[in-house]
Design a protein around this ligand. Structure first.
Ligand SMILES: [Zn+2]
Length: 63
């Protein structure tokens, strides 16, 4: 499945989710705060909302 990057408005972090095409159309849930207020998917390699690359680094340790 492709990996999509979203920006969570609830916890103000970028989150990465593996989603199928079907799941992409459904409501996405933030793995960090369980909120559904996600922006995206963001373009790969560009950060539309903010430039903190640290956020995605620290998040990648979660599973
Ligand atoms: Zn969140």
């Amino acid at each position: 499945m492709p990996l999509y990057t979203f920006y969570c408005n609830s916890c103000a972090k970028e989150v990465k989710l593996f989603l199928s095409m079907k799941e992409l159309r459904k409501t996405k849930i933030c793995p960090t705060c369980s909120g559904s207020n996600l922006n995206g998917p963001l373009q790969n390699g560009t950060t539309a909302v903010d430039n903190q690359s640290q956020a995605s680094c620290s998040l990648s340790k979660r599973s």
